[in-house]
Design a protein around this ligand. Structure first.
Ligand code: HEM
Length: 421
């Protein structure tokens, strides 16, 4: 495999086709056009990430799924530093590795991964989160009261993200973990910066702020234990010396970030899709029992995680018909897989009655999303409450004015202006 590619807008795919492959502003606005072009050109290509790193990318459903289950594709970002170095543009700064917040399950492979995941998996099972449903309904109702008030006080339009889709999941995850609600806005900024394509020094500063906050949170819970997940993680670590301080802080960081940066977009992108397809909105309104199925369709159509953790090969592998040597990087975009017409007919259409079995919005393999039951519950509660209270909700701007986050990891709108009635 090549170790680097020229800084151009097109490269040869192994199948010989010329494809646009830079993951840039145009890509953030509409990744699907790029994915369709790549998928039609061949099964695998080399692409460049905004930070100047080059990687292999697959876009067919079956290949994405295979990549996510491949045991020689590692998530261990620390051990993979050489691969990142080797695949970097020589004129770009080295990719910084900051272990302070990175020693978590999503960045580790079995057996370390297995040990870390075991500590929290029970808290997030469908049974483990049942007690959160009534609480989530209460949070949604209170937010909708505020939303109605804000619309009445202003010109009738509100930002569905800032005023509803964001505060809902962050309140839920903060309550589960035991994080006081005073610092949520700061969190939002740090979180979205960390997951964005911002310059390395900006990301480093956000990580540093987040790291200091996490460390002080853990210290506070140590001093004053409570009935929450951070306290039980501290107890688990003191019990059997199973989590060191860095792992503990990284775990809390991962749960907070994963718990709010994704679900916000399930709610917002789901609502956007409905407002753009009034027939589907009417179908759902007529038969609310369709909601769980609709949630799966929103996850498929506009998957909140676009490109999951960049994996590196620890040995040569066969993927999508080519041999990739050890020490290369591989991208397996979920947004591409979930719109592969070979798997989901008419993939760009919202169909709330669609059979979405096999969609991989929550990933696949050992890293399959721990929070999936919580995210599904939050999505259902949020959209049901919203549609019951404001059945005539409409988009308040032209769809072409909507802006999507500058991130290859997260697929989500920056804001969603709506008119409630
Ligand atoms: C992992 C998606 C909500 C916690 C993942 C992965 C995906 C994903 C795709 C795998 C990433 C990879 O393989 O690189 C989503 C989506 C969500 C959501 C689409 C919302 C709609 C949540 C929530 C939590 C959470 C609410 C709450 C704690 C995690 C954790 C992992 C993870 C801890 C790492 C699992 C591991 O490494 O074994 N998620 N997630 N997620 N998610 Fe979620």
């Amino acid at each position: 495999a090549e170790t680097s590619q020229p800084d151009s807008t097109t490269v040869d795919s192994p199948s010989g086709a010329q494809c646009p492959v830079r993951l840039d502003e145009q890509f953030f606005q509409d990744p699907y056009a790029t994915y369709t072009a790549l998928r039609e050109a061949g099964r695998i290509q080399r692409v460049s990430l905004p930070q100047g790193t080059h990687a292999w990318m697959v876009t067919h459903y079956a290949d994405v799924r295979t990549a996510l289950a491949e045991t020689h594709l590692s998530n261990d970002v620390g051990a993979g530093r050489e691969a990142f170095e080797r695949n970097r543009d020589p004129d770009k700064p080295p990719v910084k590795w900051d272990p302070a917040l990175s020693s978590h399950m999503l960045n580790s492979d079995p057996p370390a991964h297995t040990r870390l995941r075991k500590l929290v998996v029970k808290a997030f099972t469908a049974r483990g989160i049942t007690h959160m449903r009534p609480r989530t309904e209460g949070i949604a109702a209170a937010l909708l009261d505020d939303l109605a008030q804000r619309a009445a006080d202003g010109d009738g339009t509100v930002d569905l993200i800032g005023d509803f889709a964001f505060p809902l999941p962050i309140t839920v995850i903060c309550e589960l973990l035991g994080v006081p609600d005073t610092d949520r806005e700061a969190f939002r900024d740090w979180g979205s910066t960390i997951l964005s394509a911002s310059p390395p020094d900006v990301i480093a500063e956000a990580r540093s702020n987040m790291g200091q906050y996490m460390a002080s949170l853990v210290a506070a819970k140590r001093a004053e234990p409570a009935e929450d997940l951070v306290t039980s993680l501290i107890e688990a670590s003191e019990d059997g010396d199973r989590l060191n301080d860095r792992e503990l802080v990284s775990m809390v960081f991962l749960l907070l970030l994963a718990g709010h940066e994704t679900t916000v977009n399930l709610i917002a992108s789901g609502m956007l899709a409905l407002m753009q397809a009034p027939d589907q909105l009417a179908k759902l309104a007529a038969d609310p029992s369709l909601m769980p199925r609709a949630i799966e369709e929103f996850l498929r159509l506009e998957s909140p995680v676009n490109v999951p953790t960049v994996r590196h090969t620890t040995a040569p592998i066969e993927l999508a018909g080519v041999t990739i040597e050890a020490g290369d990087l591989v991208l397996a975009p979920l947004c591409a897989a979930n719109r592969d017409p070979g798997k989901f007919p008419d993939p760009d259409q919202l169909d709330v009655t669609r059979d979405t079995a096999g969609h991989i919005a929550f990933g696949h393999g050992v890293h399959y999303c721990v929070g999936a039951p919580l995210a599904r519950m939050e999505g259902e509660v949020a959209l049901r409450a919203l549609l019951t209270r404001f059945p005539d909700i409409t988009l308040a701007v032209d769809p072409s004015d909507l802006r999507w986050a500058h991130s290859t990891t997260i697929r989500g709108l920056k804001s969603l202006p709506v008119r409630l009635s």
